[in-house]
Design a protein around this ligand. Sequence first.
Ligand code: SAM
Length: 275
Amino acid sequence: MSASLPSLAETIARHGLAARKSLGQHFLLDAALCARIASIAAPLEGRHVLEVGPGPGGLTRALLESPAAGVVAVELDHRAIAAQEELAAAYPGRLRVVEGDALRIDAEALLPAPRRIVANLPYNVGTPLLIGWLRQAHLFESMTLMFQQEVAERIVAAPDTEHYGRLAVLAQWRCQCRMTLRLPPGAFSPPPKVWSAIVHLVPHAEAPDPALMAALERVTAAAFGQRRKMLRSSLKALGGAEALLGEAGLDGTRRAETLSVAEFDRLARRVLARG
Ligand code: SAM
């Protein structure tokens, strides 16, 4: 760690970074834990890392201590920018700080390939950020992301289990997803109300047609929008539900939560073929 850096507690005090709920701020102050999270994203040699929401910079420091080629940190909270600039000065040429909303960035323009994402996400926008990254997953080698545990469980869930739904289908269709680390509320300052968990996502090598992903989004929205109903009823919104299910070789009396990711893929391909 660079000798000239203040402790994270000093950084927070000096820059007035009292945590704001509206920005989903729960900071990680334990350097060993931050290093462990960075190591889940390994190998980082020669990789360009996108960090969303660096805040006071605990995880950013761990990423800068890793062999990553560089870090681009996107932060919405103006108060944290000066703290990040201090960090950038301590690691010349390795950290670029971008003030803005991560929901609106163009990752391809912001950092060169090979890219990895590592972030302790703001919980209020974790799911929309993930869906956006899944739509352009070909840009990233991996994503190592901290969510509320309940969201992490929804990402890795298997069919016919409590947490299985649209998020599991979209994430697993596009990536191999693994929950790697669970953290109690006390690991954060201030502590959130619930446990958190890291999901490590590795996109499948083959990048699908964006139109197929769009079809899958429509199918899963219809199917899980009425998850207790039989598919022949819940898919009516797509038009020609019975024919669609027949073409995909699926029994219309089944419910969405019983379908595997491969079966949703078959449905999406039929929807796309119909135009
Ligand atoms: N990475 C830090 C850590 O682990 O201690 C902070 C993590 S905190 C859970 C989430 C961070 O995301 C905060 O710094 C917050 O200001 C920032 N944030 C919230 N919404 C954001 C958005 N839409 N775009 C970029 N950053 C955002």
